[in-house]
Design a protein around this ligand. Structure first.
Ligand SMILES: C[S@@+](CC[C@H](N)C(=O)[O-])C[C@H]1O[C@@H](n2cnc3c(N)ncnc32)[C@H](O)[C@@H]1O
Length: 280
């Protein structure tokens, strides 16, 4: 027997997620003002990933807690990026132009637009839906990336490029090639900040009995084809990658005409390492 009429149940089902998002983003509307955008795309892999994570910690209100953690995590990462840059003498707010590469559906973009004007931000991803979403919702400029770094055609150059959680997914053959391509998108003297999963993350995430599934073609590099994209991206191009500092230093020396300005272990979420490079 149904206690509520079907139409009312439908209405509740339709409103459930928007209401949960509204509640989960109240903190950010108080922090930034009512312009804060709480929209989350249903195709956003990171939202699915965060929701699975939230479900382990909260037995109810899985979507609400997922959105809350997603918004919170985005802000942390933006603040951590700002701090790493600040520590090498660069104020994020002063960036004349910033490329947020591998932006996804704007987990960070929605916070970045309050840290510097959206007109100075360009966002890019391999997923055209993600690029359309961030341009539409956050008022940034955008372009769709390519699987092969050498196929990317883009004329603009940027003073700052930020890449969170892409190199932590790249196979060996595209690591150096993407560093070289991002180098080409930097202005002379421009900065590239990228994050990696390093030795700490490998030790914590991968127990020794699970290490067999990782290919380690060179020292300090471990790759598995598994990924969080639910079939969207092939494990041949995008998996899960753990690297040590020595591997990154060697690859930077080979592929990037510039200097490694800083390496900050566990700079993001106390988990991902961050590197900042400066183009000569
Ligand atoms: C783990 S997500 C990180 C998203 C965002 N940076 C964040 O931290 O929320 C990695 C993103 O890299 C994108 N990606 C994968 N291959 C790419 C490529 N060749 N060029 C640009 N983006 C790519 C994926 O579509 C995905 O959105």
């Amino acid at each position: 027997m149904r206690l509520l009429p079907t139409a009312l149940l439908d209405l509740v089902a339709r409103l459930q997620r928007p209401l949960a998002r509204h509640a989960a983003s109240a903190k950010w509307r108080r922090y930034y003002g009512k312009q804060f955008v709480s929209a989350v795309d249903p195709d956003d892999d990171l939202m699915h990933y965060t929701m699975d994570f939230a479900a382990r910690e909260h037995s109810s209100l899985r979507y609400y807690h997922g959105v809350r953690m997603y918004l919170e995590g985005g802000k942390w990462n933006c603040a951590e990026v700002e701090k790493v840059l600040g520590d090498v003498g660069f104020r994020l707010a002063d960036a004349r132009s910033m490329l947020e590469f591998a932006c996804g559906y704007g987990r960070l973009t929605r916070h970045f637009v309050f840290m510097l004007p959206p007109a100075r931000i360009t966002s890019s991803d391999i997923d055209p839906g993600a690029v359309a979403f961030v341009c539409d919702r956050f008022g940034v400029d955008g372009f769709v990336s390519t699987t092969a770094p050498t196929e990317l055609r883009h004329d603009r150059r940027y003073q700052l490029i930020v890449v969170v959680s892409l190199f932590s997914h790249l196979p060996l053959d595209s690591w150096g090639a993407w560093l070289a391509q991002l180098h080409a998108l930097l202005e002379d003297g421009g900065l590239l900040l990228f994050s990696t999963l390093g030795t700490y993350a490998y030790d914590v995430n991968i127990p020794s009995e699970a290490r067999d599934r990782f290919a380690s073609p060179v020292d300090g590099f471990h790759y598995d084809t598994d990924n969080e994209t639910r079939g969207r991206l092939s494990g041949e191009h995008y998996g899960i990658t753990y690297v040590d500092e020595a591997f990154v230093r060697r690859t930077v020396a080979d592929a990037f005409d510039g200097e490694l300005v800083t390496f900050v272990p566990r700079a993001l979420n106390e988990f991902q390492d961050a590197y900042v490079l400066r183009r000569h």
